[in-house]
Design a protein around this ligand. Structure first.
Ligand SMILES: Nc1ncnc2c1ncn2[C@@H]1O[C@H](COP(=O)(O)OP(=O)(O)O)[C@@H](O)[C@H]1O
Ligand SMILES: [Mg+2]
Length: 236
């Protein structure tokens, strides 16, 4: 077995990952040989200008998408070669997502939005409400149990989205520009919450952002440029 096909020690590893989009016969490589390892419990920030491939990379690491070439390892398993259905099951169990646009289900209450990941994973079938109440209390939102997303402010919706991303205890939390739609103060609150809740339970957090403040919270900052990831020196 060649060394490159043996499992990495890190929780997540991308090896020689390329992602190309095709415009007719023309291929456009958004990622062109990305190598990265992320250890369990790390908080890694991905920087890069708009269009540099941050979301593309997060979607590969989170098993939403598959690379054109290269390997993605997650917990000793190759996830780049999984089929669609296996990836869905894998994601459901191991990954929590926080998006810029919150993406809560508008026809479900806050409590119902939070129960969905539990139901999909067959967790807490006897008393899902207990876990939902506990999470909402942690977010200072116990009184929003029966509210619908449209009745909440952006910051509140993002707090619910964070709870939804964490409630099934995923190994990895992916946040794609989670403060992109929030004002500075609210964004700061949301980032503090994400940092605190993921660290408290030793979860791994990978976040794409433009926010300068996050850079100080992260364990490591990586920049996507020209389709590759480069380590960024962080002044401390
Ligand atoms: N499904 C797709 N089909 C074609 N091109 C895409 C697709 N998704 C992303 N791209 C292109 O890939 C590049 C990187 O996109 P993205 O990963 O969203 O960047 P970022 O998140 O850093 O803004 C952009 O040029 C974008 O237009
Ligand atoms: Mg993006």
């Amino acid at each position: 077995m060649s060394p490159r096909s043996s499992p990495p020690a890190a929780l997540i590893a991308a090896r020689g990952v390329t992602k190309s989009y095709f415009d007719g016969a023309r291929a456009h490589a958004v990622l062109a040989g990305v190598d990265v390892e992320i250890r369990a419990g790390e908080f890694v920030v991905i920087l890069g200008r708009s269009g540099s491939g941050k979301s593309t990379l997060l979607n590969l690491i989170g098993a939403m998408d598959t690379p054109t070439d290269g390997q993605i390892w997650f917990g000793g398993q190759r996830i780049d070669s999984l089929g669609e259905e296996s990836r869905t099951l894998f994601r459901r169990q191991h990954v929590g997502f926080v998006f810029q646009a919150y993406n809560l289900i508008p026809t479900l209450t806050v409590a119902e939005n939070l129960m969905l990941p539990l139901a999909l994973n067959k967790l807490d079938r006897d008393s899902p409400y207990a876990r939902v109440r506990y999470f909402l209390a942690q977010l200072d939102m116990a009184d929003k149990f029966e509210s619908f997303p449209e009745q909440l402010s952006g910051g509140e919706q993002q707090r619910v989205a964070i709870a939804r991303a964490l409630i099934h205890k995923p190994t990895l939390v992916i946040a794609d520009e989670p403060t992109g739609n929030l004002d500075l103060d609210t964004g700061r609150q949301v980032l503090g919450l994400l940092d605190r809740l993921t660290r408290a339970e030793g979860r791994t957090l990978v976040m794409a952002t433009h926010s300068q403040e996050v850079i100080g919270m992260a364990d490591r900052v990586l920049t996507l440029s020209g389709g590759r990831l480069i380590a960024t020196e962080v002044a401390t």
